[in-house]
Design a protein around this ligand. Structure first.
Ligand code: COA
Length: 283
């Protein structure tokens, strides 16, 4: 897909439908869920710059599409994603410091992690097969992971003379604690879904091939609730994690109060009083 100059809301709205010009992903929508399926099966869905660009584009369209309650990232039976495309890693010594600069705002792979870091809708990763390196880091930037029994998780970067560079050294210790994270990173060990469940990396382990179905069921349940409540509670949790409890609680109070200005809050309370399901509009 040709790189687009800007990803403004106007340009993409309401485009969470399949785009024929995507070459590395497939996008579909079902009952409030937007599925972004990685589609480089020959490379175990390793993330190339072009694929990263396409995922960002699909994420942006889904974010601005009110029909989408949550995004589900998925791969195929063999791999969710085997990480950054190792064949696309830069090697020219004369460009090293340009590469240092571009990693902040320019490189698509980095922009992808940043997009997920600030994303306002729930992101669930439905994992089958390999979920390694940058693919695992992608899932860790999302909100939670559902895995089929054949899921296999790991950060193998040190085995390649690298370190995790997509947030793995930050997100994994926050999720499972520094001691376990260090062991996994330093041994480059791959762990099966059941062990990932024990470590609380994965919320649910389901029979092989059923991770997407499980993620879709979760989105269907979420879709009954207020989308603004989903957005603001995600904000409250993600911001609060890195703050003192006191500041996090203050922030939560602001977000709680902000919803007083929404029609959805009025509708939610009215529906409760009238003993009927609420009809939320996201405004
Ligand atoms: N980047 C680019 N290509 C990759 C890739 C990656 N991260 N991971 C797998 N591939 C490619 C392989 O090169 C191979 O391509 P080829 O058929 O053109 O040679 C294809 O995907 C299939 O992989 P293969 O290694 O043959 O499958 P396997 O079942 O024997 O092993 C893995 C699977 C995931 C264990 C192994 O491919 C691997 O270790 N990949 C690298 C994972 C990694 O280090 N990720 C972190 C990147 S920072």
């Amino acid at each position: 897909m040709a790189r687009k100059p800007a990803r403004g809301a106007k340009k993409t709205r309401p485009a969470a439908k399949a785009k024929p010009d995507y070459e590395n992903i497939k996008v579909s929508r079902r009952r409030g869920a937007c599925m972004i399926q990685f589609d480089r099966p020959d490379k175990l869905n390793a993330i190339s710059p072009e694929m990263a660009d396409e995922i960002i584009d699909a994420l942006t369209a889904a974010e601005m599409d009110r029909r989408v309650i949550a995004v589900i990232l998925c791969g195929d039976d063999r791999a969710f994603c085997a990480g950054a495309d190792l064949s696309a890693m830069p090697t020219d010594p004369s460009l090293r410091f340009d590469q240092y600069r571009e990693r902040f705002n320019v490189t698509p792979g980095r922009q992808l992690y940043r997009t997920l870091c600030f994303y306002t809708k729930p992101v669930i990763s439905a994992v089958e097969g390999y979920c390694l390196g940058g693919g695992f880091e992608l899932a860790l930037w999302g909100d939670f992971i559902v895995s089929g029994e054949g899921g296999s998780f790991g950060l193998p970067e040190v085995a390649r003379g690298l370190i995790p560079g997509g947030g793995g050294t930050q997100n994994l210790p926050r999720l499972i604690g520094p001691a376990l994270a260090k062991e996994l990173i330093w041994t480059a060990r791959r762990i099966p879904a059941t062990e990932a469940r024990e470590f609380r990396i994965v919320n649910h382990v389901v029979p092989k091939g059923e991770a997407l179905k499980k993620a879709q069921e979760i989105v269907e349940t979420m879709a009954r609730n207020g989308p603004l409540g989903l957005m603001m509670s995600k904000q409250a949790i993600n911001r609060g994690i890195d703050q003192s409890r006191f500041n996090g609680f203050l922030g939560e109070g602001d977000l709680f109060h902000m919803l007083y200005f929404s029609e959805d809050r009025t509708e939610g309370l009215k529906a409760f009083a009238e003993r009927r399901p609420a009809k939320f509009k996201g405004q």
